[in-house]
Design a protein around this ligand. Structure first.
Ligand SMILES: *Cc1c(COP(=O)(O)O)cnc(C)c1O
Length: 362
């Protein structure tokens, strides 16, 4: 792809490929032909923009989405009048009327929440039950859930989905996957009238029975690799490009950036990019990250500034004032960028800034 020059009003451009997103959703769905494939669109659709992502998925046939908060559920409802919308972080005290008013389904994780929702729902408004099989984060314990299975409160709370979350789905050899799947199989049998959902992105790729009735992928939809260490089966969805503001020349011994963290070992050609950590590019990638200019990987020099990054473009003849550098895209996929910054691609995606021009392509 030849990057055209960016709009002069912004420092960087984020391109979100909605066709690739939909292709990824279909590829995930194909992993479990007998299950429904939902989509997790919390955190503004992993930083990609709920307003564009949610309708694109709905047009492709996605009927169930998951968000983290009530406010995200309300935003999703405006975009998706027909979808089933589950709110993963559950029912805050006193929020029953708001959930009912927007036809949102809380994911209930303790007895108080269940009782509170049962009083609002009276069996008419659906909800999910979250059972903890190892995270110790949210949800009833397996024992509590099995004990509640025959209780009238389950019907009164309209439980139509039983779910749990995998601890180490991206590590297929971790024995906890097998233990969680075994616990979940018992739960499913105890709640025969509810659908069952266990798999996130990586869980969808695990061997064995993890797919059940409803998949809950997030990361892989947006191009993240569900199988770290193996070739990524997903298509890249995001591309981040920044404008080159200036080209400079330095001689041996000159330094660049705050605290002079880089010293030129010889004459070098530098490019200053109009994007920094305030745009969501991690400062932790200082001195380690790379950007592509004309396809050539160029090292990020010294400390990343709030609004600026300095690149060594000595080996990239295409670098010129007004040109662009690619921070995410091509061989710099989100997993690689995350790893370079000592984090994960999830954090790169969800940190994508709001200062960019956003360009949605279909
Ligand atoms: C975020 C989340 C998911 C999606 O996980 P990915 O790894 O992004 O696919 C699924 N289920 C729960 C409970 C979550 O919190």
């Amino acid at each position: 792809m030849i990057a055209s020059d960016l709009s002069p009003g912004h420092g960087a451009r984020l391109t979100v490929d909605l066709a690739a997103l939909v292709a990824n959703w279909r590829a995930l769905a194909a992993r479990a032909p007998h299950a429904e494939c939902g989509a997790v669109v919390k955190a503004d659709a992993y930083g990609c923009g709920l307003a564009a992502v949610a309708p694109a998925l709905a047009r492709a046939g996605c009927r169930t989405v998951f968000v983290a908060h009530l406010s995200e559920g309300i935003a999703a409802r405006k975009l998706l009048p027909e979808a089933a919308i589950y709110v993963l972080n559950g029912l805050p005290p006193g929020a029953g009327a708001a959930f009912a008013g927007h036809a949102l389904r809380p994911v209930l994780g303790d007895r108080e929440e269940l009782a509170e929702w049962a009083a609002v729902s009276d069996g008419r408004l659906p909800a999910a039950l979250h059972v903890d099989t190892g995270m110790n984060r949210l949800g009833l314990s397996v024992a509590q859930a099995l004990e509640l299975a025959g209780d009238p409160v389950i019907g009164q709370a309209g439980i139509d989905l039983v779910m749990s979350h995998l601890v180490s789905a991206e590590c297929p050899a971790d024995p906890i996957n097998v233990r969680q799947a075994a616990d979940f199989a018992r739960l499913r049998a105890a709640f025969p009238s509810a659908r069952a959902s266990l798999a996130n992105s990586s869980g969808t790729w695990l061997a064995g029975d993890t797919r059940y009735d409803l998949l809950r992928p997030g990361y892989a939809l947006f191009g993240g690799n569900p199988e770290p260490g193996r070739p990524n089966p997903m298509r890249p969805v995001v591309r981040l490009e920044a404008t080159i503001l200036q080209i400079r020349h330095v001689e041996a011994g000159e330094t660049c950036g705050y605290n002079a963290r880089w010293t030129a070992p010889g004459p070098r050609r530098l490019a200053t990019l109009s994007l920094g950590y305030a745009d969501g590019y991690p400062r932790a990638a200082s001195g380690r990250g790379r950007a592509l200019v004309g396809g050539v990987p160029c090292p990020i020099l010294g400390l990343i500034s709030m609004d600026l990054i300095i690149l060594d473009v000595t080996d990239a003849p295409a670098a010129r004032r007004g040109g662009t550098a690619t921070l995410i895209g091509d061989r710099l996929d989100i997993d690689t960028v995350g790893q370079t910054a000592g984090t994960i691609g999830y954090e790169i995606l969800t940190g994508l800034g709001s200062r960019y021009v956003r360009n949605y392509v279909e």
